[in-house]
Write a protein that binds this ligand. Sequence first.
Ligand SMILES: NC(=O)C1=CN([C@@H]2O[C@H](COP(=O)(O)OP(=O)(O)OC[C@H]3O[C@@H](n4cnc5c(N)ncnc54)[C@H](OP(=O)(O)O)[C@@H]3O)[C@@H](O)[C@H]2O)C=CC1
Ligand SMILES: CC(=O)N[C@@H](CCC(=O)OP(=O)(O)O)C(=O)O
Length: 346
Amino acid sequence: MKVSIIGATGYTGEELLRILAGHPAVEILYITSESRTGTQINEIYPHFTRFHDGILASVQEIDKIAAESQAVFIGLPHGHAMEVGKKVRAVNPKIKIIDLGADYRFRNADLYEKWYKVPHTHREAQAVYGLTELYRSRVREAEIVGNPGCYTTASILALAPLVVSKLIDLATIVVDAKSGVSGAGRGLNLGSHFAEVFESVKAYSIAGHRHTPEIEQTLGELAGTDVIISFTPHLIPMTRGILSTCYASLKPGVSAEAVDAAFTAMYDNEYFIRLLGRGGYPATKNTRGSNFCDIGWHIDPRTGRVIVVAAIDNLVKGAAGQAVQNLNVMFGLDEQMGLTQVPLYP
Ligand SMILES: NC(=O)C1=CN([C@@H]2O[C@H](COP(=O)(O)OP(=O)(O)OC[C@H]3O[C@@H](n4cnc5c(N)ncnc54)[C@H](OP(=O)(O)O)[C@@H]3O)[C@@H](O)[C@H]2O)C=CC1
Ligand SMILES: CC(=O)N[C@@H](CCC(=O)OP(=O)(O)O)C(=O)O
């Protein structure tokens, strides 16, 4: 299968290249960059030497890229992907698109505009939200997939069983999540300098992070009613990984066994979800470089709350890995193809 990556020089784009290097059914046709067009990718990323030596094309060549590819991944900042998506579909109406950013994640384009503060210019797109474990049958039929955000992937996977099984009071959900610095992308900014991040932990975007409406959209759909959450992200001094700790009050009379059953009913057959069980402590280190999401849960009888902890690698299950998982589903391939590396440890 011929695939191209628009925005291959970013962290999600280069992670896609790394994963696709081990994918037996994929041929990488074009990779693009605007700042480094004409450069060989392994000059920018020497770790690709012997794996990729492709020359970076420009998005200006999108007509040719679209005409020759069966699928494109888009790893651009939000607001740019929908412009590319529109052009790609106009040239090749059969092409499949997987966008790693936010442009195709929202069912309601007005909600996207409210939170992202840019006009949505591809409202006619029939996009599917690509949280594979929850929406596999939709992804199978999708032409365009809006791949979920990293915080959202961990947080929704942690809370979905409790919401679907109606075990929690929906008004009490609190998500406290931590991310490694690669979550902010490769671009330079003061907030991600070594001296700003190292030996420090800080919260940011409190009560206003853009992943809040994304989590609420999916939990609301699963619940069949509006869901409002409190979400606080934190930046921590590591490169990869998200740890999402989610709290909610259990409805009166809900037993620990009912909570256990909700998780096993939803995820027992899911290869990429590793349930650590009641009392389990997920750690980002155990998921590093892999497409796994590790989940453990705890019940606090003193407060009547359930606390669910989920760990992922933000660049894999939180971005490029889930994008490849979606590609596999969209093309009827084995869902695990190219994604079965053992996590990198320590
Ligand atoms: N990092 C993460 O953990 C996650 C990121 N995402 C999302 O994935 C997308 C890519 O993120 P990430 O890889 O981290 O970002 P990076 O900042 O690392 O890379 C951005 C990419 O976009 C290109 N680019 C930047 N500005 C423009 C522009 N104005 N026009 C065209 N191309 C541009 C860059 O190419 P060049 O400069 O070479 O032209 C580069 O290839 C974003 O939407 C992000 O929100 C989603 C989940 C997780
Ligand atoms: C550490 C860090 O800065 N993380 C990013 C989230 C990355 C991501 O998933 O972004 P999108 O939803 O835009 O795709 C942030 O908080 O904005």
